[in-house]
Design a protein around this ligand. Sequence first.
Ligand code: ZN
Length: 142
Amino acid sequence: MSAHSSPDTARHSDQTYSAFQQTVSECLIRHRSILDVLSKFQEASARVNRAVAKAVTTCGCIQVDASKPQIPADISYWEIKQHMATHVKGEMCEHCVEVLEQEIGRALFYLAGLCDVFGLDLDRLVEDERKRIATLGVFNLT
Ligand SMILES: [Zn+2]
């Protein structure tokens, strides 16, 4: 949980994603074509990237300081996390957090819209993915 989360945002009911998908389905009228949904989803994802970039290059509240991680050869796989960095220096200001949250929300809107076009249940997808990564653990993304 980040410092910006309130108790309300930390709560999650079992129906959050279903309710969200239902609302998106009701609102997705003008851009219901799969071509619109896919291209809008991609645009929204790019805007998430842009929000982070603008926090660095326009606002300056955060910096990116990246370098190759120095991982000692004699540590276990489980200790590697201690040597890995996000490369983000500083803390995003309130304005940039607000913009980033809006852009992530917009990306979620079109992700839910994509599920809706194909009759997929976003709530079930999230739960299936949660179970999958819980089972695979750290091997999930290797
Ligand atoms: Zn900022």
